[in-house]
Ligand binder design. Structure first.
Ligand SMILES: C[S@@+](CC[C@H](N)C(=O)[O-])C[C@H]1O[C@@H](n2cnc3c(N)ncnc32)[C@H](O)[C@@H]1O
Length: 247
């Protein structure tokens, strides 16, 4: 599938979604809280002034951010998601939250020049290419207040894709290594490889683009930003990485 088609599939998929689809078994308040705990942990050094959430999904993190930060601005390119988030903000009377509709690649136009102590994007950069990530990060870095930081979280790690596909990150906790288990995993990988190559219609799951850590190092270096890469606090998400960028 070429880039244009992939982009269309991603956009059409999210346009109608009003749930972030972390995955079927990750629905409900307890999971939003769990994911927000991760965000809170990773952003612990950030000043609790103003925060921008790029690609907020259903807006369920906005309600936690509203309590933690003085000012919260969020946007998403999905009209259905924005509607859901607006309803939630109204229902909970989140008076310090502003919601926009927009694309991370045009973040500067979306937030109309406002500056932030903290800019976060969780589970979103997998839907854009590395070239677009660079554009977005460059624009976002110009919207930072002094000592502000950008956090791009939950990026699927291209280095880990094979391990993810053979199910390494889905093994139950105390699973012991076995030769039989390894052979089954390899067969599973081969099956997916063949199945995907035969697929005529593009299939969209929770992953879009798997990114290389090195791409982000290059982006940071080329923009003169400092950066730090950290893994998830939750074991099963070892196939994703998080990056903090600052001036
Ligand atoms: C997996 S959901 C994550 C939502 C939220 N951050 C969360 O973790 O619950 C991905 C979200 O990113 C949004 N999205 C994808 N590509 C985007 C883009 N280029 N600009 C803005 N939002 C985008 C989708 O509409 C969707 O709401």
């Amino acid at each position: 599938m070429n880039e244009e088609n992939k982009k269309k599939v991603i956009q059409t998929f999210w346009e109608k979604q009003d749930h972030p689809n972390h995955s079927k078994q990750h629905e409900g308040e307890i999971w939003f809280r769990r994911f927000y705990d991760e965000i809170e942990f990773l952003l612990k050094d950030c000043k609790k002034g103003s925060i921008l959430d790029m690609g907020f999904g259903s807006g369920d993190f906005l309600k936690y951010m509203s309590a933690d930060y003085e000012r919260v601005v969020g946007f998403d390119f999905s009209p259905a998601m924005c509607e859901k988030a607006k309803q939630l903000a109204e229902q909970l009377q989140l008076s310090n939250v502003t919601i926009y509709n927009g694309n991370v690649v045009n973040v500067d136009e979306v937030v109309k020049g406002e500056k932030f102590d903290c800019i976060v994007s969780f589970g979103v950069f997998q839907y854009i290419t590395a070239a677009e990530a660079k554009i977005s990060i460059e624009k976002a870095s110009k919207l930072l207040k002094e000592n502000g930081c950008i956090y791009i979280l939950g990026i699927p790690d291209a280095n880990m894709k094979v391990m993810h596909d053979i199910g390494v990150f889905h093994f139950a906790k105390n699973t012991k290594f076995s030769f039989r288990g390894m052979m089954k995993a390899i067969l599973r990988l081969k099956y997916h490889e063949v199945k995907n190559s035969k697929q005529l219609k593009p299939k969209i799951d929770s992953f879009g683009y798997w990114h290389w850590r090195a791409e982000y190092r290059e982006i940071a270096d080329s923009l003169g930003l400092k950066y730090q890469i950290v893994n998830s606090i939750y074991e099963p998400y070892g196939y994703r990485f998080n990056i903090k960028l600052w001036n």
